[in-house]
Design a protein around this ligand. Structure first.
Ligand SMILES: [Mg+2]
Length: 252
């Protein structure tokens, strides 16, 4: 039984695209993913490579906890040999790379009653997304729709912000769905089933004797799964710490 486990978000935590590494000498970077043509796409900065090496030397089991789907996970070239949490937590792969059937059954049971609301809130946004040049795509896990993702081909921040505001207003008050935003996309997802629930289930079911769990993530949406762990580790310049730094708490 492994005693040390790190649950780690991938994109913008363990690696990122060159766009987010301005001024870095490419010779210092290590390729971490490829694009659909097999060309290097995202890279580890030296500190990220050193962190992965530190975890490896410490015999820490590193479990990716990512929004990537199985196809996008296959384009990650870093070696992950244990369990993997994909699709924002809706898919859990065992070390052999097969979807865990028990988790899949729980997920499909949870998703079935959400289908009407998911479809409705996606269809309602579609004409507005079209008008602003956005692209809206429904993603499935275990053959069942679970998420709608809005992207903009030119990463038009203003269009994405406008659509995000509209979507959030429409979904506000829905007990089962919520809208989350990352750098280049906005997603409509189940509220009560995601990375945090997958990490809790995996830890309880398969790593009950772990003496130390680490949660690594860069985004506000990673916070719930990081809080399932004993300690949290976050990139200093990521979305999560930017949000915390911007908080103005009352002085007491
Ligand atoms: Mg991330």
């Amino acid at each position: 039984m492994t005693a040390l486990v790190a649950f780690a978000d991938l994109d913008d935590t363990l690696f990122q695209t060159l766009r987010k590494l301005p001024g870095r000498d490419p010779a210092d970077l290590s390729p971490a993913t490829v694009d659909t043509r097999g060309e290097p796409h995202s890279y580890c900065a030296p500190a990220q490579t050193a962190l992965l090496e530190l975890l490896r030397l410490g015999a820490v089991t590193v479990i990716p906890v990512t929004g990537r789907d199985p196809a996008a996970m296959n384009r990650v070239t870093l070696p992950f040999r244990s369990w993997r949490v994909l699709d924002h937590g809706l898919t859990v792969l065992n070390p052999a790379g097969e979807p865990d059937a028990e988790w899949a059954a729980r997920v499909t049971a949870h998703l079935t009653p959400l289908q009407d609301a998911l479809r409705e809130h996606t269809d309602d946004l579609r004409p507005h997304a079209d008008a602003l040049g956005g692209r809206l795509k429904v993603h499935k896990a275990h053959g069942v729709p679970f998420m709608a993702v809005l992207k903009h081909p030119d990463a038009n921040a203003q269009a994405l912000a406008e659509l995000q505001t509209r979507w959030e207003a429409a979904v506000e008050g829905n007990a089962h769905l919520h809208v989350i935003a990352n750098a280049n996309n906005v997603s409509l997802l189940p509220r009560a089933l995601g990375k945090a629930q997958a990490v809790r289930w995996l830890r309880d079911r398969h790593f009950p004797h772990a003496t130390l769990t680490l949660g690594l993530g860069d985004s506000v949406s990673d916070l719930p799964f990081m809080r399932e762990c004993d300690f949290a580790l976050t990139p200093a310049h990521g979305q999560l710490l930017r949000a915390v730094a911007g908080l103005h708490l009352p002085q007491r």
